[in-house]
Design a protein around this ligand. Structure first.
Ligand code: TYD
Length: 217
């Protein structure tokens, strides 16, 4: 069991919702508040996670089936939980993770073609059963997100741009899927309006996280 002060927080959202920028700001704020923070992301961080990332970035794998995607992301996830997340929680850290199981439900489930029940079954396997204490869902219209993501894609080499080339209808399903998850799990998922300036969105995220931390102390 994780210690009382530990907290597992995930950030979710469509492409271009600003997660990566905001997670850095949240980590700095939390550290300034005296928390020990483990900042991480999926897929990645472990050797296996980085290898999965390399597979997904490889143009030869552009047309992987949703099931193959599902299993790859979850292989990386199992290793990430065992190597990074669980030890950090056991050590009393606040874990801030960029994408987690809701990404799989939104992308491979709602927007892909894998039945949600099959995903949930995999997610409940021992070694994958950990759910976040809090999920911050950065929500914004698909057109706004894709425009931001395309600008950013030109700058960075290590981004899984595969999904940005899919059409807006796909991303709309991802967004709608996330919002449906927020309706199903209101106690865990807080929807944050991601439209507006970086500072405005940061304040919304910080307030939601501060409220969650307040409820635990
Ligand atoms: P990434 O390059 O990490 O960028 P960002 O998180 O900023 O969008 O891309 C991760 C991609 O992988 C993203 O398009 C969502 C997708 N993904 C899934 O489809 N399923 C998953 O389970 C996870 C974790 C990610």
């Amino acid at each position: 069991m994780a210690q009382a002060r530990s907290l597992f927080v995930t950030l979710e959202g469509i492409e271009g919702s600003g997660k990566s920028t905001q997670i850095g700001r949240l980590a700095s704020w939390l550290e300034a508040e005296g928390h020990r923070v483990e900042r991480t992301r999926e897929p990645g961080r472990t050797a296996l996670g980085e290898a999965v990332r390399a597979i997904l970035l490889d143009p030869r794998h552009r047309s992987l089936s949703s099931l193959a995607d599902l299993l790859l992301y979850n292989a990386a996830r199992a290793q990430h939980l065992a190597e990074v997340v669980e030890p950090a929680l056991a050590d009393g850290c606040l874990v801030l993770c960029d994408r987690y199981k809701d990404s799989t439900l939104a992308y491979q489930g709602f927007a892909g073609d894998v039945p949600l029940a099959a995903i949930q079954e995999i997610h409940s396997l021992p070694g994958l059963a950990r759910d976040p204490d809090l999920t911050l869902l950065l929500d914004l219209p698909v057109e706004a997100g894709l425009a931001r993501a395309r600008r950013r894609l030109a700058e960075a080499g290590d981004r899984l741009g595969r999904f940005e080339s899919l059409d807006a209808a796909f991303h709309q399903k991802v967004r709608d899927g996330y919002l449906e998850l927020a309706r199903r799990f209101p106690a865990r998922i807080t929807v944050i309006d991601a439209a507006g300036s970086e500072d405005e969105v940061f304040v919304r995220l910080r307030d939601a996280l501060a409220a969650a931390l307040g409820r635990r102390s």
